[in-house]
Write a new protein. Structure first.
Length: 443
């Protein structure tokens, strides 16, 4: 992988500058080679236009702020995005593969750790527009509207490898590696299930589960870090909505339980039908890409979570409702459920989960048994995906940090929150046919 300075639009701009300087001094005959120079100029223009529009959109839809005309903010954003590759991938979307399986959150349920384990086996994750280590090759952010609110399944393949690339993999290894998307936001997004079903109807689903009170607290901690990161980038603009972000964990919980947020989620439930429209039969190939570009985009009020990231707690905690949307479309038999603390949090847990998933994705079983696989830290993986340390270490990535006392959720609030989710937990247990023990007060 190229250094950030040489990758994507940054590398194209540097190449264009060098080419123009060489042409100016009449070196290597470049002054008489307009094709290369025009190609670089057009690439730079396309990348810059994409970068500017992506900045304006994500300021509002991802960072929940009015865009600020600050060079510092744009520069930091410019250095953590891949606009030129976004353009290339949209242009070549019809010639790309679709995923074999999806890892669904909620957020903070171990999707990052599970995705890292699967990549260590040789699986291929999705393209991410963000140059952020724990998001790259892990989550596409496609169906939560990072790409200008475009969520039509006809362009979803832009997140995955080209078909010729996969043919080369198959030629070299004798087997095509499994492809996945582990976007944790997709489970909570009320419009995502029908769109994912339309895009990849044969895919298997791995659903990661975590006690909702602990998940809510972890999401609150991560979002405080995200806001600090945004301020460090120079995004000091006004927030889009009055009263957002909430000042405390309790305020965020109350906001997520409010009727205006519930109404946004109800609106989101209807969004998929509007996006698909009459194009549900032509979502693949060039026709699918054209349908995607012509389809309505989601309102920024819904992105990336209805009302904003800190409005999602109540709706994240009601797993049964979110899971039911997928079970209705894919069938429960196409779903594998894994509990973060009881399974993934144990040594060797990720290998056991992937073994269960491989029953629905036969190609994954064959890759899991390959002796050349590597774990995320580079250690060799034996057959079955077990790390060479014999499973003595549990895989945990992207853990949230404790906050200052004035922001950290108190034990009293967490106890009340566990009581609040008891009924929702029972609904999930009934759906699963087993008790996960989340309502056991002795734990």
């Amino acid at each position: 992988m190229l250094p950030v300075w040489l990758s994507d639009i940054r590398g194209a701009l540097l190449a264009f500058l060098v080419t123009e300087l060489l042409a100016f001094f009449r070196c290597f005959g470049l002054s008489e080679s307009p094709v290369l120079r025009c190609g670089l100029a057009l690439s730079c223009l396309a990348g810059l236009c994409c970068s500017i529009s992506f900045y304006l959109h994500t300021c509002r839809a991802v960072f929940n702020r009015k865009p600020t005309l600050s060079f510092k903010a744009f520069w930091h954003h410019f250095m953590v995005t891949r606009p030129l590759e976004v353009v290339w991938r949209f242009l070549t979307a019809p010639f790309r593969v679709q995923p074999d399986f999806h890892i669904l959150g909620e957020t903070r349920t171990g999707t990052t750790s599970m995705a890292a384990h699967l990549r260590g086996l040789g699986c291929i994750g999705p393209f991410s527009p963000w140059i952020i280590p724990l998001a790259s090759d892990k989550e596409s952010f496609y169906f939560v509207g990072h790409y200008w609110g475009l969520v039509h399944p006809g362009a979803y393949r832009m997140c995955f490898p080209l078909k010729p690339t996969m043919w080369l993999y198959e030629l070299w290894y004798g087997e095509r590696p499994p492809v996945f998307d582990a976007c944790a936001s997709h489970l909570n997004a009320p419009w995502a299930a029908p769109l994912i079903r339309a895009a990849s109807p044969e895919a298997a689903l791995l659903v990661m589960l975590r006690p909702p009170a602990e998940q809510n607290a972890s999401w609150w901690r991560l979002e405080q870090g995200a806001h600090a990161w945004a301020r460090g980038m120079g995004l000091e603009g006004d927030f889009l909505r009055e009263g957002y972000p909430p000042r405390s964990f309790q305020d965020a919980l109350r906001l997520s339980q409010s009727e205006p947020v519930a109404e946004l989620y109800r609106t989101g439930e209807l969004a998929a039908a509007k996006v698909l429209g009459a194009s549900s039969t032509s979502i693949h190939g060039i026709r699918g890409l054209i349908a995607a570009l012509r389809a309505p985009c989601l309102s920024e009020l819904l992105l990336p979570f209805p009302g904003g990231q800190l409005c999602a707690f109540e709706h994240m905690g009601r797993y049964a409702r979110n899971v039911a949307r997928y079970a209705k479309l894919f069938g429960k038999e196409r779903m594998v459920f894994a509990e973060t603390q009881a399974e993934l949090g144990k040594p060797g847990g990720a290998a056991l989960i992937s073994a269960r998933l491989s029953a629905l994705v036969p190609r994954l079983r064959r890759w899991q048994d390959r002796p050349i696989s590597r774990s995320p830290d580079g250690r060799s993986l034996s057959a079955g995906g077990q790390s060479s340390d014999n499973g003595k270490t549990a895989l945990r990535l992207n853990e949230s940090q404790t906050l200052p006392p004035e922001l950290e959720p108190t034990q009293e609030v967490l106890t009340q929150l566990r009581q609040h989710y008891r009924a929702a937990n029972l609904e999930l247990f009934e759906f699963l046919g087993r008790d996960l023990g989340w309502n056991d007060e002795s734990k």
